[in-house]
Ligand binder design. Sequence first.
Ligand code: SAH
Length: 379
Amino acid sequence: MTAASTTPSILDRSRADLEAWCAAAGEPAYRAGQIATWLYRQGAGEFAAMRNLPAALREALAAAFAIDLPEVAHVARSHDGTRKLLLRLADGATVESVLIPDEARLTLCVSTQVGCAMGCGFCATATLGLHRHLRRGEIVGQFLVARALVAADLAGSPEGVAPARITNMVFMGMGEPLHNYDGTIGAIETLTADWGVDFSHRRITVSTVGLLPEMRRLLADTRVNLAVSLTAIDQDVRRRIMPVSRKYPVEDLLATCRALPLPRRKRITFEYVLLAGVNDAPTQAKALARALAGIRCKVNLIPFNPFPGAAFGRSDDLAVARFQDALRNAGVHATVRESRGPDIAAACGQLVAEGAARRTPARAAATLPAAAPHAGDGH
Ligand code: SAH
């Protein structure tokens, strides 16, 4: 954690890399399995703790690698139990991960980039621009520190806080996972491999703005669930709020989704951020339902979460209900995503990794259209 960022992080390495390194160091291949067990099952933060390795090997590892776990710089807790972790990476960059308890689930939302290049007009992360991609180990590292935090919490409360472990993971934090394809796919490998964390691919969802070639690759390379942030079905509207639509128009996005080789019983989740007066009219819901015909999918409606300086307003509860009804009446499975952690700016589209500094929504209130009150965020 304190090692200079020039030392390679062992968390960036695949099992094959570790075996190759062991071979070069004159060690048998099974040592790679032992090292991975320490890293991903035991959550070891230092090589000295790897007791079943010969001392010379531990020293050689420590000379060659760092274990670059992100440092937990701050934990913000929401009234609703959501926790937002501000994580500092080895080079000082910060990202956020969010832990979201929901009855039997505890979902970890991870970031894949520092900032984001996609420029969606309704997302706070977009205002940062892209600083850099996260490396494989930095994405896996978010899981490792969150898991340790959850375990420590349990130790501190005798009656325990259910659920006791992370049950689901979503790649829906800061950044566009498929823009950082290698980091994302590498992290998924470490997370799902039996030599790694051994987390079920069925409980992992990757969300994308719709980078078409990478969506196809993801479906070919993994069995994780796919979520697509659609948010507008009209090309003119989507172009305006999601610049990615200039490169990949709505029509091509839908054609790609229709042709994806979805595994049996799997559906694509379409996320749809409801922006007051922009994309929340019942006629737009009907157009959406028509466009989705023939795609095995469900729609997850996300009422817009405001952030300072945002130029959009949140659809009111009635508009949300009407939109959902229109979809359902047209035979589309539609759910509304509850805002989780809005009081700590941990909800969808609010992640900017600024630490505890920014809190006042005064600027947002000043710039939001008067017709779009953002009360009733769910807190
Ligand atoms: N870049 C990926 C991963 C981020 S997921 C993607 O866009 O899919 C974050 C989700 O939150 C996306 O579905 C996005 O459309 C949604 N979102 C972004 N800003 C939001 C906001 N201000 N309020 C509600 N949802 C928002």
